[in-house]
Write a protein that binds this ligand. Sequence first.
Ligand code: 0O2
Length: 221
Amino acid sequence: MNAILKKKFFRRKEQTEIQWLNQQLTEPEFLIKKDWVIANIKYKLKLIDLNLSDTYNRKIMQKVEYRVKKADSIARKLIKKGYPATFENAKNKLNDIIGIRVVCLYSDDVYKISDRLKLQKDFTLIKEKDYIKTPKKSGYQSLHLILDIPVICDQTTEYQRVEIQIRTVAMDFWAGVDNHICYKKNPDEIKKAEADLKNYSAVISNMDKQMLNLRKKVEKM
Ligand code: 0O2
């Protein structure tokens, strides 16, 4: 097969896989389980927020968002990791088909929220990635918790994996701009912007520290 035919063949194969994935992501059983898990986490986060806001006498969570990864994005990520783009692989090899994002004002709040999530008896912590202590090469900062959330029906318990990203408003701002300008784009075309963004990540980290110090100073007054 020549190079052009090969490319066409793989593109068609990928399209078929994406269509198939899409079909499975819209199956009623998956939709119900996904809604269950998202609702479970949302209520849990509401309680944690209420509790923490009460304890610290200020609003802790500024924003909670969720998304279900789209079929083409799942396929791309699986192929990049070297797996066929199947629904089974999406469930077993990816941590973030369901993603939740919690945004707060101060960096110490990130850890308060994370500690409370880790205390939940019905959630199983699979992995924690602290990109605040050690930012990614790109400059990306965020705390990620990979959790298994139970879906209990009849005598069976099934676990659905979710990724919870917890970060400050400043880190969220940086990630939004990075998403728009650099992330998943051709590295050759955006080298300069990447370098600038990396510098801004350090600026944001510094700003987060200053804001935290300012809050602590005011709290002591
Ligand atoms: P999207 O658009 O959110 O769907 P692994 O868990 O190690 O098997 P994974 O999932 O790539 O592999 O882990 P990683 O690197 O922790 O990335 C998880 C998610 O964090 C990404 O999901 C992004 O949402 C976010 N992220 C990671 N790195 C960056 C970055 O440099 N910039 C921005 N803006 N976000 C980042 P997806 O599936 O890549 O993307």
